[in-house]
Design a protein around this ligand. Structure first.
Ligand SMILES: NC(=O)c1ccc[n+]([C@@H]2O[C@H](COP(=O)([O-])OP(=O)(O)OC[C@H]3O[C@@H](n4cnc5c(N)ncnc54)[C@H](OP(=O)(O)O)[C@@H]3O)[C@@H](O)[C@H]2O)c1
Length: 333
């Protein structure tokens, strides 16, 4: 039998494991033109929480009783499609299942193993990496002398956003939710300063660690963190708005106070969604893969084994358990 993870009900507020079921299900049928796949890594991402809601959302919501879908790295184990051969490694938006079928092979992307680890297609050389690049470099426009502040800095996107801004000459400051994450940022990712926002109030952290104010705020969190960043921003600061995870499991919108600062400080606050930038992925990979190979760029993955642990792994990622990109390994490489 195959095994999959389905959504059993829509969460109200914080998602918990009762919203998921680990189910035995029939083996997928590989029809004409289709590709049969064995999953290796499932990506856990904050946006999946939004897709558990009924909507409206920028992407269609998951259906109750159907499998959760995210980016998955998989091995081709059967193919009725001349473009794909058994043994090839691909990624695509696939069911959270041990085995699945890609109808007509659509949406599958072959992974070039010479670029790095295959899991990197879901992390540093994939969507989180490109997100960090677009936000930190293209929108944030860091320059020597700037102070760049990154929230959720030890996460999949944050650790890279900080390193990219640093490479561009900025002084980089991060906040994260544990002392271990702060040590990771300072000792491995080259951040100039970092603080634990659970033990040091964000206002105090920013006053101590950004004495010249903030020129670039890479927002992963929204809420009170964004409000504090607005208070500490300099004139003409750039605020790439990548995510607002503090609100994803909340009911209702608490709103953001202090938006007058956008006017008085002439702040450019720019939301972006990475789907609009996917055409830049190959150029991004070509630029960043050599930095990764040479060790100039550091990237941490947190890998949880076992498909049955996928719901807990996703919830734990949103609660701050993981350092770096959290993946679930469900098959051998
Ligand atoms: N715009 C786009 O296209 C795009 C693409 C990818 C990701 N994103 C967004 O980017 C952000 C980061 O994504 P990711 O995949 O890299 O996730 P991540 O940062 O690896 O994991 C989520 C982290 O959020 C932090 N967090 C949760 N609740 C928080 C709160 N109330 N206040 C402060 N921090 C909180 C936790 O870290 P702590 O221990 O530090 O609290 C947790 O580890 C998310 O908002 C996501 O939605 C946007």
């Amino acid at each position: 039998m195959n095994t999959r993870i389905v959504l059993t009900k829509r969460p109200a507020g914080w998602v918990d494991e009762s919203c998921f079921a680990v189910e035995d299900c029939a083996e997928p049928v590989c029809g004409p033109g289709d590709v049969l796949l064995e999953s290796i890594y499932l990506s856990t991402d904050p946006y999946l929480r939004g897709r558990m809601n009924a909507g409206p959302s920028y992407a269609p919501g998951f259906e109750i009783g159907r499998a959760i879908v995210s980016r998955v790295v998989a091995r081709v184990i059967g193919s009725n499609n001349s473009r794909f051969q058994p043994g090839e490694i691909v990624w695509g938006f696939l069911d959270w299942a041990l085995r699945s079928v890609a109808p007509r092979g659509e949406g599958l992307h072959k992974i070039d193993p010479s670029l790095g680890r295959i899991s990197h297609s879901l992390s540093v050389l994939g969507m989180p990496g490109l997100t960090a690049w677009v936000g930190a470099i293209e929108i944030g426009k860091p320059a020597p002398g700037d102070t760049a502040y990154i929230s959720s800095a030890a996460g999949a996107v944050g650790q890279l956003a900080g390193q990219f801004a640093k490479r561009a000459g900025a002084r980089v400051v991060g906040s994260a939710g544990s002392d271990d994450k702060v040590a990771f940022l300072l000792e491995h990712c080259g951040f100039d300063a970092a603080f634990n926002y659970k033990t040091l109030a964000i206002d105090r952290g920013l006053r101590e660690h950004c004495p010249q104010g903030i020129d670039l705020y890479f927002d992963n969190v929204g809420g009170a963190t964004l409000e504090a960043a607005l208070r500490h921003a300099n004139v003409a600061a750039r605020f790439p708005v990548c995510g607002m995870i503090s609100a994803y499991n909340e009911v209702g919108d608490a709103g953001i106070k202090g938006l007058q600062a956008l006017l008085t400080k002439r702040i450019a606050m720019t939301g972006f969604i990475i789907y609009d930038h996917v055409h830049k992925l190959a150029a991004y990979q070509a630029r960043v893969a050599p930095w990764l190979r040479s060790g100039e760029l550091v990237f941490h993955e947190d890998i949880v084994p076992g498909i049955e642990r996928a719901p807990a792994a996703l919830i734990g990622m949103m609660k701050g358990e993981a350092i770096g990109k959290r993946l679930v390994q469900v098959g051998a490489e």
